[in-house]
Design a binder for this molecule. Structure first.
Ligand code: NAD
Length: 389
């Protein structure tokens, strides 16, 4: 089949590589540099499996910036473009997804359009009504950044919001590319598939917020959080995973998906959904107040990446914490080798590690990646108790 992927970020590129094992794939992006890298078999994002597959596997994959070329001969188009949260409307900005849908419907009379981007509940139905077509389906994406292709080769589940043969075809395609063959497949209606994605991410955010709040209690009361979390998590109904405290949940998806679900609940009584968003904010304030109450002048931020192995700082909790500390009058210095400039978001960047250690009175670390700071652990403030997640 001819498969087009619109958007070559984490979701698009991992799916492009997955399908290119068995089909002809054309990947479209608006950023020419990304397109050029993919055509050189190099990954624009840090992802071990994507890098290895691009370099070593036989893939039928080409990238382009040409919209007409991308859509006109496609049998399927996967939409993997951004849906950022818009603070003015309190909703996802779905304009990039809508643009792709418009373009495909204009240029191609048969292709199935599969939305992989995370969208508000009700979006697929509204697009089908607007365009008077049943060619649009939604399939939630569950991958983690840094393990994007791995998670599509070993999917936790495959869900497609379309119970017809169109939905079956999409599910089979996703299963065909996976290494894990014993995978649960669920076909639902569109609204339900959209809800699965948002409720799943809200549960993950809730869990992070819960263990963070437990940790705030321990810090305040001077209790051993590690022992308490271990004792709590030994109950198999709770489980000893995804329970490592942090400065707050962050990254591209959880902050925006939690806010979008609050918007979807408008007019429906709820407490927990809003509380997740509020708890994350309270956690950051708690961390800020602990640091600001110390007699210090210069605070350091060691790495801005949200989690181990990540290559971006989209909505990273530590950035928010550092911005709030700066607003309280503290001088903020950051160590982040991925930033080549001398300034980032108003912070001074010091990528000479010895100079960084020397300058800072306290160093904030969301995740202790290695032993680089072992010689100055008395300066380090972290809540990373397990060195994972
Ligand atoms: N990153 C994740 O871990 C993850 C996981 C599950 C779901 N999602 C969802 O998937 C969607 C994409 O996320 P991502 O992290 O891959 O985003 P990304 O920002 O990494 O990539 C999006 C890509 O789309 C391109 N793009 C924008 N407009 C375009 C257009 N009109 N035509 C073609 N390309 C266009 C951008 O240049 C960019 O390369 C979002 O809705 C996100 O919520 C992301």
């Amino acid at each position: 089949m001819n498969i087009t992927i619109a958007g070559t970020g984490y979701v698009g590129l991992s799916n492009a590589v997955l399908f290119a094992q068995n089909h002809r794939v054309l990947a479209l992006d608006v950023v020419p540099e990304k397109v050029a890298l993919i055509n050189q078999k190099r990954s624009p994002i840090a992802d071990k499996e994507i890098e290895t597959y691009l370099a070593t596997k036989k893939l039928d994959l080409r990238a382009t910036t040409d919209v007409a070329e991308a859509y006109q001969d496609a049998d399927l188009v996967f939409v993997c473009t951004p849906t950022n949260y818009d603070v003015a409307t309190h909703h996802f900005d779905t304009s990039s997804v809508e643009k792709v849908i418009n373009d495909v419907l204009q240029l191609n009379t048969k292709a199935t359009i599969v939305i992989k981007s995370t969208i508000p509940i009700g979006f697929t139905k509204s697009m089908r009504l607007k365009h008077d077509t049943d060619r649009i389906v939604f399939s939630p994406e569950f991958l983690r950044e840094g393990k994007a292709l791995y998670d599509n080769l070993h999917p936790s589940r495959i869900i497609v919001g379309d119970k017809s043969s169109r939905g079956e075809q999409v599910a089979l395609l996703l299963k065909e590319g996976a290494l894990e063959k014993d995978v649960a497949v669920l076909l639902t209606d569109f609204d339900e598939a959209e809800a699965v994605k948002l409720f799943a991410n809200n549960y993950l955010a809730l869990r992070v917020a819960y263990f963070n709040e437990l940790d705030s209690y321990c810090v305040d009361q001077n209790l051993n959080a590690k022992e308490i979390i271990q004792g709590v998590s030994l109950d198999p109904r709770i489980g000893d995973y995804y329970n490592n405290p942090s400065f707050g949940y962050g990254g591209y998806c959880l902050p925006k998906d939690t806010k979008q679900l609050v918007a979807n609940f408008e007019g429906i009584p709820q407490n927990i959904i809003s509380a997740i968003v509020e708890a994350n904010d309270t956690r950051k304030t708690f961390i800020v107040d602990r640091i600001a109450s110390k007699p210090i002048k210069v605070v350091g931020g060691y790495r801005l990446i949200m989690k181990l192995g990540s290559d971006n700082f989209r909505d990273a909790a530590i950035v928010d914490v550092l911005e709030r500390l700066k607003a309280k009058g503290l001088e903020v210095v950051i160590y982040e080798p991925q930033i080549k400039e001398e300034q980032y978001s108003g912070f001074k960047v010091v990528n000479d590690l010895s100079a960084f250690k020397e300058q800072c009175d306290t160093i904030l670390v969301n995740r202790l990646e290695n032993d680089e700071l072992n010689d100055i652990l008395d300066k380090v403030f972290t809540r990373d108790l397990y060195h994972r997640d």
